[in-house]
Ligand binder design. Structure first.
Ligand SMILES: Cc1cc2nc3c(=O)[nH]c(=O)nc-3n(C[C@H](O)[C@H](O)[C@H](O)COP(=O)(O)OP(=O)(O)OC[C@H]3O[C@@H](n4cnc5c(N)ncnc54)[C@H](O)[C@@H]3O)c2cc1C
Length: 350
């Protein structure tokens, strides 16, 4: 239908939409859990595609980017380690040591989403342990998942289900996992700079997807409140508390959409760095709105709301993570407060 990869530039086979335009598409796709997968714009592939477009060598592009764009393979991003606080990603133990023409990787990761079935991982590993800044110690390295030493321990069970293929989160041990040095992405020691670049657009994708979820849950809430009778002729919607949930939800969803589209337009105009404040604002605000709207929709549905007969319980479980991945709420609130208080002479980082 000519709608494949709406988020990618036309030069690599996408639709060439701006971030603000893609935001609108992402909202519509978010109305179903399959939407982003069907159009090849789901995390973690979406972020990895961006990294490869920006930083891969011509050979890496041919081997990994081209089949990923065509949807022939999937990928994963392997950074978080169980032994260290993921909120402080510069603190990691995984090492990639040079040996001849190779890197030999040793380390322990978890929450490597979609590793089950992925053809390759982009692994964040320390290559320059002596660099003065912790931000210059790690690199991103492409590791085919069939490399000896890439040992997937398990799919970590999450919120009541074991997880499979693209919805899984794997624990992985890298044990003398040897890949050629030409698998390095970008410059050595620039892993965090590359990761940072990926996070701005990624947060727009997530936030707009969450707004799609909010809209669907909101419609379900209104429909059920209008149909469910408390007594003959008296639907749930006649109760003022339900009306309040509907009004509050409508206001919060509208506000979220405007904030995210405004942030997307700023990234389109000035780049992710210039929109750091806005990106942090939408990340915690929209995740919180989604959680509230889903909770109200479940409450209106009563017992039905917690069954698996509607999508609400799936989303309530699956999307709880929104307040944790890509930076927990608290980290983003700290970023915002730091920027707001700086003019008043308060240094929160101290
Ligand atoms: C569904 C899901 C998918 C993920 N996918 C991937 C992936 O594909 N690849 C990957 O590498 N990682 C992935 N992650 C990992 C994710 O990036 C981390 O979970 C996240 O960075 C938080 O790290 P942590 O879990 O170690 O929590 P910690 O860093 O241990 O933090 C625990 C809690 O402490 C609080 N906290 C943390 N920092 C602060 C602070 N500065 N101030 C106040 N409170 C704070 C927060 O409430 C936080 O939730 C995923 C996580 C989830 C849940």
């Amino acid at each position: 239908m000519g709608l494949w990869c709406p988020q990618l530039p036309e030069s690599v086979g996408g639709l060439g939409l701006s971030l603000a335009e893609f935001g609108r598409v992402s909202e519509e796709l978010g109305r179903t859990p399959m939407g982003h997968y069907l159009f090849n714009c789901q995390a973690p592939d979406a972020g990895n595609l961006e990294i490869l477009i920006e930083h891969a060598t011509p050979e890496q592009k041919e081997t990994w980017l081209a089949p990923l764009v065509r949807g022939e393979i999937r990928s994963c991003f392997s950074m978080t380690e169980p032994e260290h606080a993921g909120s402080n990603p510069v603190w990691m133990s995984t090492r990639a040591a040079k040996d001849g023409k190779d890197y030999v990787i040793n380390g322990h990761k978890w929450f490597t989403s979609a590793a089950d079935g992925a053809a390759f991982a982009i692994v964040m590993a320390v290559t320059n342990p002596d660099a003065p800044s912790p931000h210059l110690r790690a690199s991103q390295i492409i590791v085919p998942t069939n490399t000896p030493g890439f040992n997937r321990v398990c799919n970590t069970p999450i919120m009541g289900h074991a997880g499979e293929d693209y919805t899984s989160h794997s624990e992985i041990r890298y044990e003398n996992c040897r890949v050629p040095q030409k698998n390095l992405l970008g410059e050595e020691g620039k892993g965090f700079a590359i990761a940072q670049h990926r996070l701005g657009p990624g947060r727009i994708h997530h936030c707009m997807r969450w707004i799609g979820i909010c809209e669907r849950a909101f419609e379900m809430m209104c429909e059920h409140a209008a149909k469910r009778l408390l007594s003959p002729g008296k639907p749930l919607a006649t109760r003022q508390i339900v009306q309040e949930w509907i009004a509050e939800s409508r206001a919060e969803i509208n506000a979220s959409r405007l904030m995210v589209l405004d942030t997307a337009a700023k990234i389109d105009r000035e780049g992710s760095r210039a929109a750091r404040l806005e990106i942090s604002l939408i990340k915690f605000f929209v995740a919180g709105v989604m959680q509230k709207v889903l909770d109200r929709a479940i409450q209106v549905h009563g017992g039905l709301g917690i069954t698996d007969y509607t999508l609400l319980s799936h989303w309530f479980r699956h999307e709880r993570a929104a307040r944790i991945y890509d930076g927990p709420d608290e980290v983003h609130k700290t970023v915002v407060a730091r920027m707001m208080l700086k003019p008043y002479g308060v240094d929160i980082s101290a």
